[in-house]
Design a protein around this ligand. Sequence first.
Ligand SMILES: Nc1ncnc2c1ncn2[C@@H]1O[C@H](COP(=O)(O)OP(=O)(O)OP(=O)(O)O)[C@@H](O)[C@H]1O
Ligand SMILES: [Mg+2]
Length: 511
Amino acid sequence: MRTLAHHTQAELAERATRAPLLHIDGVTKTFPGVKALDDVSLDVRAGEVHALLGENGAGKSTLMKVLAGNHQADRGRIHLEGEPIRVSGPHEAKHLGIVLIHQELSLAPEMTVAENIFLGSLPRRALGFVDFRKLYADAGRILDRLGCRFAASDKVETLSIANRQMVEIGRALVFTPKIVVFDEPTASLTDAEKVVLFDVIRSLQAENVGIVYISHRMDEIFTLSARITVLRDGAVRGTLVTAETTEDEVTRLMIGRALEPRSRAQARPAGKMALEVKGLSCGDLFRDVSFGVRAGEVVGMYGLIGAGRTEIAETIFGLRAPDAGEIRRDGEVVSINSPPDAIAHGIALAPESRKEQGLVLSMSCRDNMSLSQLETVSRAGWLDRSAEQAIYDRYAERLALKSPSWRTPVVNLSGGNQQKVVLGKWLGTAPKVLIIDEPTRGIDVGSKSEIHKLIRELAAGGMAVLMISSEMPEVLGVSDRILALYHGRLAAEFDADTVTEDALVQAISGL
Ligand SMILES: Nc1ncnc2c1ncn2[C@@H]1O[C@H](COP(=O)(O)OP(=O)(O)OP(=O)(O)O)[C@@H](O)[C@H]1O
Ligand SMILES: [Mg+2]
C-alpha cells in the first residue's frame, strides 16, 4: 500500500496547486422550517483530504447528500473535473465516481458481504443470472485490499459495526471512485480499526482520489486533512490550510467563541452508596465485577470497545440476565429482570446506540423525550401535554438542541441532535442512578462541554452517575473515580485527582 509518507515534498506542493477535481458552487438547500445550506461553495483537489467541520446541524451531511444525489439542491452547481454534472440519484453519483459513506450505515443485514458490496450492480451472466463466482471473487479482492479478515460470503448481520463500516467502504471501491466522502466514519471504531481506516484513506489519496472527511474529532482532522472548511448554520465560515491553523482557531470559527478551559471535577463529600454491584458475571462478556457509585458522584467506566462496559450497563438495567452476582440500591439487594424494574428502582440507562435503543424516529422530538417518563406526564391516564412541553423546553435549551420545532420528527434531525434527544429523554426522568453510555459520541465540541457541565450538575444535585466512555479526556475531565475494564474484568480503580494517563492506558491494555 502506497502511503502519503512515500510522496516527496515537491509532489505534495505540486498537488496543492492543482485545479480542483470537484467544485461545489453556491449550493442552497431548504427543508421545511430550516435553511440547511446557504450558498455553500467548496472545492476538493485530487489526492486531497478536505475536512468538513461544524456544529451538530450545521449542514455537513446535507451538503454531502446533495453531492451524492440523495438530496436535490434548490440552487447551485457542481463541477467534476471541470465538467458540470447533474446528480439525480445515488446510483448516478456512483457512476460519476462520487461515493458517500453515510453517517448511518445503510447495509442490508440479511444479505452477504459480496451482495452488499455489489448491490445494484451484481455481475450477470448471459440470460441475466447473477454470476456468483465472479461476485465472490471480485468482492474477495476488494476485502483483501481493505485488509479485511471476514469472508465475502458472510452475512452482514454477523459482522461487528466496524466490519460493516469496511463493507460500506468496499462499496465505494466497486466503481473506480474519484471522490469519496466519509461522514463521521470513526464514531464506533476501535483504535486498531481506525489505523486500518486511515491506511485506506491514504491509499485512496495516493491514487489521486479526492476525499471529504467529516468528523467532530480534532485530532483526526489535524492528522489527515490538508484543508478544513468550517460550516456554521448552513454557511461556509472559512476554508483554512490545516498546517497553518490551530484547534482554537477552528473551534472559534465553528461555534463563534473559544471553549472554556476544561475544569477538573471538584472533590465533594460523597453521599451514601446509591448503586452497588457485587460479583456480577454474564457468560464470556464479563466476570466477577464489583463496584459502587455514591450519590453525588460521577464514576467513569473506561475501557476499550468490546471490554464489556455496555454489557455491564445493560445487565444493571435489566436488559441482560446475569449468571451470578447481586445489585444493591441504597444498600438493599434488588431484583431487576427488565428495564421497568430498573426504572422502578430509580435507575436509568441512556444507551449508546441511538438508532436501535433510544429513539422512535418517526415521532416528534417532544414525544421522544417524554417517552421514558410516561408516569410523570400522564395524570389519571391522560397525557399532560404541558408537562411534556416543559420537559422538552428545558432540555432542548440546556442541550442546545437544533430542531425547527418540537413537532419535528426525530428522523429529520442531524445525527448529533438525535443524540441530544436521547440524552434529554433520560435526563428528564430525574433518576437516582443514571448510567450513561458514550454520552457525547457524534456531539460537536461546543455542546460536548455543555453536556459535561450538565452531568456534573446532576451529580451535584445528588444523582449517582455511572458514565461509560472511550474518550480519555472525557473520563478524566468529568469523573470523580475511574474504573478501568479489561476483557470483561475490572482491572483497576483510580481516583481521578491522582491518576495519570499512562496508568489508565496500562490498566485497560491488561498490563
Ligand atoms: N430530511 C430532512 N428533513 C428536514 N430537515 C432536515 C433533513 N435532513 C437534515 N435536516 C436539517 O438540516 C440541518 C442540517 O442537518 P445535517 O444533518 O446536514 O447536519 P450535520 O452538520 O451533519 O450535523 P451532525 O454533526 O449532527 O451530523 C439540521 O437543522 C437538520 O435538522
Ligand atoms: Mg451529520
